[in-house]
Design a protein around this ligand. Structure first.
Ligand code: ATP
Ligand code: MG
Ligand code: MG
Ligand code: MG
Length: 339
C-alpha cells in the first residue's frame, strides 16, 4: 500500500518563498511507487489553499490569498499517513503546526512541539545548550517591554557584551531582522528593527574574529547520525539575507577543509545539541569556527533547514551516500517510526 503524504509548504513567515522552493524539490523526489503525495500551500495569511490554488502557488512561487483557516483544514489531514511540514520560521518550524498535528494524531516529519519550539527561539536554545556544556558566544536577552520602558538597561547589556555585536529577533530565520552593530550609536536602530519583528530579542557578542561558518546535518530520532561537515563561504560582512538568496553570492564546500579532529568535534557537539534540544528526524546544526583562536562555537540549530536539491542539508547527506530521494524517503520512515 502506498503511503499518503500531506506536504505542507509556504506558511506565514518571512521564509514563505524559500519553503515553496524546497517543496517543489521534495515533491518531485518522493518516489511515486511508494508515496501518494498531496501538497497544500499555506498562504501568508495562514490559510490552507485548495488544490488548484496550491498548484498555482507552487508554480508561480507565491501564494494568493483565500483558502481555509488552519483549524478547519486540519481535520482533513486525517486519512494521511504522515505530514511533511516543510515550513520555515514562526508558525511552521516553531512547534505551532507540530502541536496541531500532534492534536490531530497524525505522524509528521521532524521535531515535535518541544524540540521545534526550543530550537526556534535563539535565547531558549542558548540556555539549554549552555546547560549541556556546549560552547557558544556570550549573549543577553531583551524583551520589547523593557526596550520601551527602560531602554538604558538594554543599552547597558549591549555595552557589557562589547562591540561589534549582533542584534537578532529571537524567533526568525534567513537573517531577517539581524544587524551587526559596529558602534553604540547604531544600537537603537538595530533594536527597533528587531523588536518590530519579535517580542524577544537576543544580543550576541561577535566572535573574536570573522568566523568560518561550518554546518552539519543530523538525521534520525533517538539514534541520530551526523553527516560530513560543510562550509559556507561568501564575500560579505556577514551571512545576511541578500547573500543567502542571491544566486552566486555564496559557495558550499563539502567536506569542509578542516582537520579530522575539528570535524569530529563538530559532529559530536552537533549530536549532543540535537539530543539536548529533543530534536527528531532532521536538523542542521551551524557552528562558528574561529581559526585564529581555534574556538568552535555553536551558532544555532535549524529543525527544518532549507531543502531544495541544492541546499546544504541534502548536499551534506548526498556526500554521505544518501541521495535526495533516499533522504526524503528516510525522513518519512523516521516520522512513522515508534519512538
Ligand atoms: P538561518 O537562515 O540559518 O536560520 P538565522 O536567521 O537564524 O539564519 P543566524 O544564523 O543567527 O541567523 O545569523 C546569520 C548570520 O549572521 C550568521 O550566519 C553569521 O554570518 C552572522 N552572525 C550571527 N551571529 C554572529 C556572531 N555572534 N558572531 C559572528 N557572526 C555572527
Ligand atoms: Mg536560524
Ligand atoms: Mg532557519
Ligand atoms: Mg543561520
Amino acid at each position: 500500500m502506498k503511503k499518503r503524504i500531506l506536504l505542507l509548504a509556504g506558511g506565514q513567515s518571512g521564509e514563505h518563498e524559500v519553503s515553496l522552493m524546497s517543496a517543489r524539490s521534495v515533491l518531485s523526489a518522493l518516489p511515486r511507487d511508494q508515496f501518494d503525495v498531496t501538497p497544500v500551500v499555506i498562504s501568508k495569511q495562514g490559510r490552507w489553499l485548495p488544490p488548484t490554488e496550491t498548484q498555482r502557488a507552487l508554480e508561480s512561487g507565491e501564494a494568493p490569498t483565500g483558502g481555509d483557516l488552519v483549524l478547519h483544514r486540519a481535520a482533513s489531514a486525517e486519512g494521511y499517513d504522515a505530514v511533511f511540514p516543510l515550513l520555515h520560521g514562526p508558525m511552521g518550524e516553531d512547534g505551532t503546526v507540530q502541536g496541531l498535528l500532534t492534536l490531530a494524531g497524525i505522524p509528521f516529519v521532524g521535531s515535535g512541539v518541544l524540540g521545534s519550539a526550543v530550537s526556534m527561539d535563539k535565547v531558549m536554545t542558548k540556555q539549554v545548550l549552555a546547560s549541556a556544556g556546549i560552547p557558544q558566544v556570550a549573549w543577553a536577552l531583551a524583551v520589547r517591554r523593557e526596550w520601551q520602558t527602560q531602554p538604558d538597561t538594554v543599552r547597558e547589556r549591549a555595552a557589557a557584551l562589547g562591540y561589534p555585536l549582533f542584534v537578532k529577533p529571537a524567533n526568525l530565520g534567513s537573517s531577517v531582522g539581524i544587524s551587526k552593530v559596529a558602534r553604540p550609536e547604531d544600537l537603537d536602530g538595530a533594536l527597533t528593527l528587531a523588536f518590530s519583528l519579535d517580542r524577544r530579542v537576543i544580543l550576541e557578542a561577535m566572535t573574536a574574529h570573522k568566523p568560518r561558518e561550518v554546518e552539519v546535518g543530523i538525521l534520525g530520532n533517538d539514534a541520530p547520525i551526523a553527516s560530513p561537515v560543510g562550509e559556507l563561504r561568501f564575500d560579505a560582512d556577514f551571512y545576511d539575507y541578500e547573500t543567502k538568496y542571491t544566486e552566486g553570492r555564496a559557495s558550499m564546500h563539502i567536506p569542509a577543509p578542516l582537520s579530522a579532529e575539528v570535524a569530529e568535534q563538530i559532529r559530536t557537539l552537533a549530536l549532543r545539541a540535537f539530543r539536548a534540544l529533543d530534536c527528531a528526524g532532521l536538523a542542521r546544526v551551524d557552528f562558528f569556527y574561529v581559526e585564529e583562536t581555534g574556538e568552535l562555537l555553536l551558532n544555532e540549530v535549524n529543525t527544518m533547514p532549507g531543502f531544495t536539491t541544492t541546499s546544504m542539508y541534502p548536499k551534506l547527506f548526498e556526500a554521505a551516500g544518501l541521495n535526495y530521494s533516499a533522504l526524503v524517503t528516510r525522513l518519512v520512515e523516521l516520522a512513522l517510526e515508534d519512538r
